[in-house]
Design a protein around this ligand. Sequence first.
Ligand code: TYM
Length: 406
Amino acid sequence: MAAAANDIAGVPTTEEEQQQVVNPWEVSAKDGGKIDYDKLIDKFGCQRLDQQLIDRVHRITSRPPHVFLRRGVFFAHRDFNEILDAFEKGQKFYLYTGRGPSSEALHLGHLIPFMFTKYLQDAFKVPLVIQLTDDEKCMWKNLSVEECKRLARENAKDIIACGFDISKTFIFQDFNYVGGAFYENMVRINKCVTYNKVVGIFGFSGEDHIGKISFPSVQAAPSFTSSFPHLFHGNNNIRCLIPCAIDQDPYFRMTRDVAPRLGYHKPALIESSFFPALQGENGKMSASDPNSAIYVTDSEKEIKNKVNRYAFSGGQDSIENHRKYGANLEVDISVKYLSFFLEDDVELEHIKQEYGAGRMLTGEVKKRLTEVLTTLVERHRRARELVTEEMVDAFMAVRPLPNMFN
Ligand code: TYM
């Protein structure tokens, strides 16, 4: 379809497609069902991440592929194969990801791209830039400039706690960094994108303020090395790989469309599905609904309560029926969450078999999930406690990164 051909379409075309909405601001499935990721791949015009590519990553990095690759959490890409081709020829690439600081703490869904980016940084030994779009959240949410700047620093602590290597990582918040060479790229990008095009990609209306309409170039600019002269010193031959969930794809469809006109490489993407809300797989875990989300700051008791109370169960309505028919694993959120965060393949398979056959009850699965999530959140909490204001300053300092590719 058109999206695949020109890399840029993205507005629903048929009545059926209009019911599944995936964009940076809204994720909702058709008729309360599940997100149809195959359809998204077709509509957005990206490629499926197949076993061959996963095997190739294994071979090139000499490391077992990350559990998010093995389990298909990262399921789509754009030109990831070209990044691997270049890497095998000894050419360099850098990673770019980000966060829009709209809440005090991250939820588990936000951790996914950062955990995966950390694995990519370690496996390929490459530099990383992390953009904190405090300006984006100020324009989209009812938050002041000052509050967004504060939230960006708080979120930076959670991001640093994921274990990024300071000698290879530059974190920046837009309100402090945008200017100079970065702003020059924004202006170059803005000149390539018409109002009609931005409306076509993002669905803005005449009622939207002009801040929203001009924002996409801010998220596009880090895809180009020349936005970071202190890191890349004008070398335009270093490619960019962006790990993110597929909701961010519209920004980068636009970026890829303009890149060749500016003489830059198109950024490559590696895209994940959504860690769903506790209530079910028809949307993503969202910071705007606290009961849909488990935060990295939740206590063991809060995690236990949320899982027991809200995690949608595929179990039957009575024990007799459950023993007889087993659980519907397709809709069960506890099993879904375990498939993201329980690394032991054998144990996961065992739970699926026993629960699916009705020998295991929902309560037992939820108990195991609570343990797994509590361990993860506790580990994160301990790491975050060690992150000081000075460390945030150090990650955000505009400086060369001497060991970028070692
Ligand atoms: P934000 O803050 O909404 O999300 C941060 C990152 O988390 C991903 N994400 C999720 N992944 C899995 N399951 C979920 N439920 C879930 N919710 C969010 C997002 O895709 C994103 O990768 N505009 C961006 C900030 C940004 C950015 C970037 C993101 C700036 N530059 C480059 C990715 C790459 C934002 O508001 O993300």
